[in-house]
Design a protein. Structure first.
Length: 313
């Protein structure tokens, strides 16, 4: 046992051996409720050991200090999933880890049912699983792979400074039980359950007759991305006059009507639609023989915009 010089002097000992003997017997006094006043000293060195023994026991009995827990706590830094600020193909959320004792680093692993492509990364989206004590970490999920609601566990591990005392019971009653203080750090761990919701970002196109609101079947549309490149073709309204485009990445889109049915005016301008994460946007195109009315309804954010464009081709 290595006893620092200043601690030896504080207890009145003049050598590591004296401090060791005093500490050893003090541990036994605490473990077995022995009275240190029953000990006697045989010489000057013994007097120093005994004085140190009594000091250690007295300090231990007055102490209110308890063993530091090795449990790690996973803290939620963002309360909801959001479109990642660096890579908009992902939904992300942010976490940190704390411990009661000092900790140099920790590792993160995920378990449970997770969308394909889910990763753990640092705040700059660098994929990694080991972090410094004060680092935060992200969990990134590919938005178009979040096909249903689910939950998973965030598991963290790290060595924490708890200064553990290990008490061992001898396998033989004829031998003495023992206590060991072998290490400063011990393995700590923690778990937190997290939840996610199915990606419900979608656009619903409704094509109907302007005067009667009768659904119009067989009208063709295309979906374009924010660069106005076609990404979905041959979208045709069904018997309810609807086209449902699901599992979209949040962002800006354009809808273009490419072919209508006989007797109605084709709306030949691009219709801009902005979709947020888990937002359902309904675009109603009302066709008549003289004009086309566009109605955009964002059901989540409750924004409603109505346009009356010019008629004709």
């Amino acid at each position: 046992m290595d006893i620092h010089t200043k601690h030896i002097k504080n207890f009145g000992c003049t050598s590591s051996r004296q401090a060791y003997l005093a500490t050893k017997q003090a541990v036994y006094c605490i473990l077995y409720d022995r009275d240190p006043n029953t000990y006697t000293a045989m010489n000057e060195n013994g007097e120093r050991c005994l004085a140190a023994l009594k000091t250690i026991v007295a300090n231990a009995k007055k102490s209110t200090e308890t063993k530091i827990s090795s449990d790690l706590t996973v803290n939620v830094e963002k309360t909801k999933w959001e479109v990642d600020s660096i890579d908009k193909k992902y939904a992300s959320t942010l976490y940190s880890v704390t411990s009661k004792g000092a900790m140099n680093e920790y590792t993160v692993s995920l378990s449970g049912e997770l969308p394909e492509g889910t990763i753990v990364a640092d705040e700059k989206n660098n994929k990694k699983t080991t972090f410094k004590a004060n680092d935060k970490f992200k969990i990134l999920m590919p938005i178009t792979n979040i096909l249903k609601d689910g939950d998973f566990n965030i598991n963290v591990q790290g060595k924490t400074e708890t200064k553990p005392v290990l008490y061992g019971k001898s396998p033989s009653t004829s031998k003495q039980d023992y206590a060991l203080t072998m290490a400063t750090y011990e393995n700590g761990s923690g778990t937190k359950k997290a939840y996610y919701s199915q990606n419900s970002s979608k656009i619903i196109i409704i094509k109907q007759e302007a005067e009667t609101s009768t659904p119009i079947k067989g009208v063709k549309f295309e979906l374009l991305d924010e660069d106005k490149k076609v990404i979905k073709t041959s979208l045709v309204t069904d018997e309810n006059g609807q086209i449902i485009i699901e599992n979209l990445l949040p962002g800006k889109y354009y809808i273009e009507e490419t072919k209508t049915i006989e007797g109605y005016i084709l709306y030949d301008k691009l219709i801009e639609v902005n979709v947020s994460l888990n937002e359902e946007v309904t675009v109603t195109v009302e066709n008549g023989k003289e004009e086309v009315k566009i109605d955009i309804n964002k059901t989540k954010s409750e924004i409603r915009v109505t346009k009356l464009p010019k008629t004709g081709m």
